[in-house]
Design a protein around this ligand. Structure first.
Ligand SMILES: Cc1cc2nc3c(=O)[nH]c(=O)nc-3n(C[C@H](O)[C@H](O)[C@H](O)COP(=O)(O)OP(=O)(O)OC[C@H]3O[C@@H](n4cnc5c(N)ncnc54)[C@H](O)[C@@H]3O)c2cc1C
Length: 453
């Protein structure tokens, strides 16, 4: 029997609200059909949009760089905040900047770097909005030193449907602040946020690349580097077995002045790659070539921040290489004493005939994350991409969950499209506290999936 066609309530033409099926998440799985998407350009449009919204119907959408369904609201409404993209104030002496939530990290960098400042925390892409970075309380390569993005937010303005705009900070409406940072967009719409930036001397990074083998060497490199290097992360060849090979990247903002031009973006990926290109052997070959390429690079180099922090941004639309069915990213964190569980995961992935182009390993530090539902916590975080191959892929990820769960670990909601309610609730043990702070007009595909709300 054919699946029933979703009924869409079409709004009157003059309201600029139209049913939409082209708002995706980065993994392009799952697909969603939204009843409406309202793009706003001025913050004063937010209260009206909230007033008119039905209960549990609304979700803010940034640049859709979350991989799964945390930024989707299937069958319901989105409010696209990327039009609210003004910088409202910047004190170049103190490095405090206030910007609307739709400003991207890339747009911020263009303004702040020439004035000697940098983002306090950045994820692996700069095509992320401030609102999205706070709602997922994102982390970067400097987690061991700086914690998450939420640690650097002085205050933010939150629009709620029940009580209008509320200023929240670690000292003012502190409980609402803790629910909004890492709150997956469910406490309302962030209008603006004030961030404390990091002072830098230039746009340059003194970067170092070190080849390593196995978990023991990886952990040694982390402890050797944590005090001296602000940024550390490793790439791992997930096909290379128990004594896996990897490349450790570490770096600091350079004291050197001078200009190094950022590499131009490539033309991008204009179409979905065919599925046969994504066989285990292609992915294995890619891993081998990538390792060899890193081996040939000089160990030390002073480079622009773009290739250091955002290597994938130079290939626009790269997730299309995973084909029409999209991809799933899997990111977990495990207590360090259960590092062996990562080796089991790698063995399981290889024996299941799967593999990942980009498997990333990082040791999170001890800084406490400020959000009730923030993901980062001390331990080892491991992130992998998988082409979506239906049930086979979903079964593998369930088995990885079993390993993570037995080791007392957690899954990152910003990357997830399929974890079970049990896995979510074990990953975010304080999730029930969110019930006091949820805005009744907000919901998301992820939230309904993992809580049954
Ligand atoms: C290549 C790549 C690398 C990445 N690397 C990392 C990494 O290193 N570390 C990391 O932590 N993450 C990483 N991510 C994930 C990404 O940083 C997060 O998913 C981020 O939240 C996406 O922001 P966005 O603006 O695209 O928001 P969206 O994906 O559109 O939305 C994310 C969440 O934010 C909410 N939201 C958006 N705007 C607002 C607002 N104004 N008010 C309230 N809620 C809002 C949405 O409702 C949703 O719940 C990476 C993603 C990619 C594609």
């Amino acid at each position: 029997m054919a699946a029933p066609t979703p009924t869409l309530e079409v709004a009157p033409e003059d309201t600029a609200i139209t049913p939409v099926d082209d708002y995706f998440s980065w993994g392009r799985y799952p697909r969603a059909v939204h009843r409406s998407v309202k793009k706003i350009y001025w913050q004063d449009e937010i209260p009206r949009a909230l007033r008119d919204a039905q209960p549990a119907s609304m979700l803010a959408y940034g640049l859709g760089r979350s991989y799964g369904d945390v930024c989707l609201n299937d069958g319901r409404d989105l409010i696209d905040v990327t039009g609210c993209n003004r910088i409202l104030g910047f004190d170049a002496q103190t490095g405090v900047i206030r910007a609307e939530a739709g400003v991207s990290l890339g747009e911020l960098l263009e303004v702040i770097v020439p004035r000697g400042w940098f983002l306090p925390v950045t994820p692996g892409t700069k095509f992320v909005t401030i609102g999205g970075a706070i709602a997922n309380d994102v982390h970067g390569k400097n987690h061991h030193r700086a914690g998450t993005m939420g640690c650097h937010v002085n205050r933010l303005l939150l629009y709620r449907s029940d009580c209008g705009p509320v200023v929240c900070s670690p000292t003012e409406n502190a409980d609402m602040f803790a629910a909004t940072v890492g709150g997956l967009g469910l406490t309302g719409v962030i209008g603006w946020a004030e961030l404390r930036l990091k002072k830098v001397s230039s746009a340059l990074i003194d970067a170092e690349t070190i080849l390593f083998r196995g978990m023991k060497q990886f952990l040694q490199l982390c402890s050797d580097s944590d005090a001296e290097y602000e940024h550390t992360v490793a790439w791992v060849d997930c096909f290379s077995g128990k004594n896996f090979r990897g490349v450790f990247f570490r770096g600091n903002h350079s004291e050197r002045q001078g200009r190094v031009r950022a590499k131009k973006s490539s033309p991008g990926v204009p179409f979905d790659f065919p599925e046969w290109l994504l066989s285990g052997s292609t992915i294995r070959l890619f891993n081998s070539l990538y390792y060899t390429a890193q081996k040939l690079k000089p160990r030390r180099a002073t480079i622009h921040y773009d290739p250091f922090f955002y290597p994938l941004d130079s290939v626009p639309g790269w997730s299309r290489v995973y084909g029409r069915r999209g991809m799933l990213q899997y990111q977990c964190v495990l207590p360090e004493e259960h590092a062996d569980a990562l080796e089991h995961m790698m063995a399981l992935i290889t024996s299941a005939g799967h593999g990942s182009f980009l498997a990333v390993l990082k040791k999170f530090g001890p800084v406490t994350s400020p959000g009730i539902m923030s993901f980062p916590r001390p331990g080892l975080t491991y992130a992998l991409d998988f082409p979506m191959r239906g049930e086979r892929t979903l079964r593998l990820l369930d088995r990885l969950d079993e390993i993570v769960s037995a080791a007392g670990g957690a899954i990152y909601a910003a990357k997830d499209a399929r974890m079970s309610p049990e896995m979510f609730q074990a990953s975010y043990p304080r999730w029930q506290e969110m019930r006091h702070f949820l805005d009744e007009k907000f919901s998301s595909s992820l939230w309904r999936r993992v809580t049954g709300a």
